[in-house]
Write a protein of this length. Structure first.
Length: 176
């Protein structure tokens, strides 16, 4: 079993551009590739878990989503992201996969032999934090995206950005 860092996409790794179906709109936050490299070097698998209700709402297609995801991975660099899970369900539809439900994290844990108790969820929304907690992982809120004004229950740490979150995780890992 391997620990992982589950990462929200929009507002955590890259600017939240709303219903993004155009790869030209991908803008990665400064320092994200180097931060992800540090987490990999610390022994974590990196798995993106992202709600993409724009598909269910008809704002863009699943093919558009995959183009955006490919652009993000190209900007991050080869081999940093181990897997990506997305939920296309409309926010008004019941879904076990759509955050705040833990379905995507549990699916990834099953597919990649992830130790959820040794893993982390990082995101900028309350639903990200809730999904991590519900899956049995520890959660960190980043103050990028909408996290600048949020303070959800269940967040173990509130970080100014992904690098701050990674520093906290690495300190916790070395403290064991």
């Amino acid at each position: 079993m391997t620990p992982a860092v589950f990462l929200d996409r929009d507002g955590t790794l890259m600017h939240d551009a709303g219903y993004l179906g155009d790869p030209a709109g991908v803008v990665v936050y400064p320092g994200v590739p180097a931060t992800l490299s540090r987490l990999k070097a610390a022994g974590y698998r990196l798995i993106v878990v992202t709600n993409q209700s724009g598909i269910g709402r008809g704002k863009f297609t699943e093919a558009d989503y995959h183009k955006v995801a490919a652009r993000l991975e190209a900007l991050l660099g080869p081999g940093l992201i181990d897997a990506t899970y997305f939920c296309p369900d409309h926010a008004d539809m019941p879904s076990s996969r759509r955050k705040p439900q833990p379905g995507m994290l549990r699916e990834a844990a099953r597919d990649h032999a992830i130790d959820l108790a040794a893993s982390w969820m990082i995101g900028d929304r309350e639903g990200d934090i809730q999904a991590g907690v519900a899956a049995g992982a520890r959660s960190i809120l980043v103050q990028t995206g909408i996290g600048a004004t949020a303070s959800p229950a269940g967040a173990e740490f509130v970080a100014k950005d992904l690098a701050d979150a990674a520093d906290f995780i690495i300190r916790q890992t070395h403290a064991r």
